[in-house]
Design a protein around this ligand. Structure first.
Ligand SMILES: NC(=O)c1ccc[n+]([C@@H]2O[C@H](COP(=O)([O-])OP(=O)(O)OC[C@H]3O[C@@H](n4cnc5c(N)ncnc54)[C@H](O)[C@@H]3O)[C@@H](O)[C@H]2O)c1
Length: 255
């Protein structure tokens, strides 16, 4: 019998101090998972931890910069020390800054996006892998973007970073499938703070996007994006690997 939930699972969620990560922490926690809030801003981590504690969710707060391998290794070691294992890893964190065109993007932007994007995702995957392999079961969910797939102008570093994450997802899926580990990717479309800020920067383009959008709105981090992450962290996703799911209300179809 396939278990369709996450009850009793231990799931690390990077960048869970706000936005989609926070929504996933709430949703998976309410469905019985123990949550590790891996977040570099202490005040944001503390807020999510306090919220989950109020809900009675077993939670570990780990202040962790995902671009630092030593901090990731420490966070995973603390997870195993506290909960005895790690079943799921959601690589959601991504440092963002105003970015630039291909002609203008600078080395430092590439370093920041790559450090918290594919390099951080890779380091976290490598840190959990021995534990998941030993258990013969693991779920890894990475975060990419429609902007990377379409090559959205003006986002050179972000787009390259997000597409590298999708390549890593497919590669790990092929290498780790026989270990019982499935690896998938979500491209969300969500009204997180960052999502709303982007909409506010170009109101006209956003209104046009929503006008064409099949469902007609950006997604809610907890109610629209997180249920798909829960599915990907459950036993129900055992025959799905290496895939990118566009969790965006069909918005990608109209880009
Ligand atoms: N919101 C959208 O519509 C959208 C669209 C496409 C892709 N995404 C992707 O979804 C993910 C979540 O997006 P969001 O909108 O919730 O973002 P957000 O900026 O609102 O939240 C990101 C969280 O990650 C944390 N973080 C940033 N850098 C970190 C680091 N180096 N180490 C640890 N924590 C770090 C931040 O402090 C924050 O709490 C990101 O990977 C983003 O690129 C979002």
């Amino acid at each position: 019998m396939t278990e369709h939930g996450v009850a009793g699972r231990v799931v690390i969620i990077t960048g869970s101090g706000q936005g989609i990560g926070r929504g996933m922490a709430h949703h998976l926690g309410k469905h019985g998972a123990s949550i590790v809030v891996a977040e570099w801003k202490a005040h944001r981590a503390e807020r999510t931890v306090a919220e989950l504690e109020t809900l009675g969710v077993p939670v570990l707060g780990a202040v962790c910069d995902i671009s630092r391998r030593d901090q990731i290794d420490d966070m995973v070691a603390r997870t195993v020390e506290r909960f005895g294992r790690v079943d799921g890893l959601i690589n959601n964190a991504q440092t963002f800054r105003p970015t630039a065109t291909v002609a203008e993007v600078v080395e430092d932007d590439m370093d920041v996006f790559y450090g918290s994007g594919p390099k951080g995702t890779l380091a976290a995957m490598q840190a959990v892998y021995p534990h998941m392999r030993a258990a013969g079961w693991g779920r890894i969910v990475n975060f990419a973007s429609a902007a990377g797939i379409t090559g959205m102008p003006g986002y050179a570093a972000y787009n390259a970073s997000k597409e590298a994450i999708r390549a890593l997802t497919r590669t790990a899926a092929r290498e780790w499938g026989r270990d019982g580990i499935v690896v998938n990717c979500i491209c969300p479309g969500a009204a997180s703070k960052r999502g709303k800020d982007r909409a506010a920067r170009d109101v006209e383009a956003h209104e046009e996007f929503i006008r064409k959008h099949p469902i007609g709105r950006l997604g809610d981090p907890e109610d629209d994006i997180a249920p798909v992450a829960l599915f990907l962290c459950s036993d129900a996703s055992r025959y799905l690997t290496g895939q990118t799911l566009m969790v965006d209300g069909g918005g990608f179809l109209t880009l």
